[in-house]
Design a protein around this ligand. Structure first.
Ligand code: SAH
Length: 231
């Protein structure tokens, strides 16, 4: 099991996003006031979206709703800016500059190498975003198949669209489901993958319990997550 300590230089943080705009009649023209009102509304919307998952601690239904809504709203912009991966990059010291997108792919490869993964038959991508990890791993290990789960309907739809567009629909599919109550039988996957989703889970023991439940005997569970302290 892996918890990344992020000793690497980090890719820029997830972008601050606000996708709703003010529809007030005050804002029918591009005056300075109008721009200021729009900016305030965008900030309010952003704060609301970002804070909701944390202010509803203890209310798991609201937390899930908040996370789903955050990713529903932000994933399109994230994809436009950064592409199919929603996680940090790998930038080993002393190496040549590279694109952030390449660094994100390198992070996946480095994690697989670190965990000694040399083959994959079937994987589950827990907190899959728009499916970037699944597609990369399925391409890397021919014959592998992937199932991904996310709380965001927008992400699941987009993940399936990109995957079908890449001709990989038979090998990878994505659905809305909760990592804490996964819709898979016991012992289903030889690779259980969670890349920067664990930090969202309100019940870490249950989360790890579910990862262990769906892992096949001898399979691998890989968790890369944000930590408050070095484990
Ligand atoms: N692993 C992806 C996405 C990381 S963003 C990538 O690296 O590209 C975090 C993801 O975790 C989002 O897809 C979000 O919907 C998902 N997530 C958060 N809590 C979840 C939960 N309880 N069940 C399933 N997915 C969850």
């Amino acid at each position: 099991m892996l918890a990344s300590q992020r000793s690497t230089q980090l890719a820029p943080a997830r972008p601050a996003l606000a996708t709703r705009t003010l529809t007030s009649s005050q804002c029918t023209r591009q005056s300075r006031k109008c721009r200021s009102v729009r900016a305030q509304a965008a900030r309010a919307t952003l704060m609301d979206t970002l804070v909701r998952p944390f202010t509803s601690l203890g209310q798991v239904a609201n937390l899930k709703e908040g996370i789903a809504s955050f990713y529903d709203q932000s994933s399109g912009l994230w994809e436009d800016m950064w592409g199919e991966h929603m996680h940090h990059g790998y930038y080993p010291q002393g190496t040549a500059p590279k694109s952030h997108q390449q660094a994100q792919v390198d992070m996946i490869d480095e994690v697989l190498k670190w965990a000694g993964v040399t083959g994959v038959t079937s994987m589950v991508d827990v907190g899959c975003g728009i499916g970037g990890s699944s597609r990369h791993i399925v391409r890397k290990f021919p014959g592998a198949s992937a199932k991904g789960i996310t709380l965001s309907p927008v992400q699941a739809k987009r993940a399936n669209e990109i995957t079908a567009g890449a001709g990989m629909g038979a090998n990878a599919s994505f659905q809305v489901a909760d990592a804490l109550a996964q819709p898979f039988p016991d012992s289903s996957f030889d690779l259980v993958w969670s890349l920067e989703s664990g930090e969202h889970m309100p019940d870490k023991k249950k989360f790890v319990g579910e990862l262990a439940r769906v892992a096949a005997p001898g399979g691998r569970i890989i968790i890369v997550t944000w930590c408050h302290r070095v484990l």
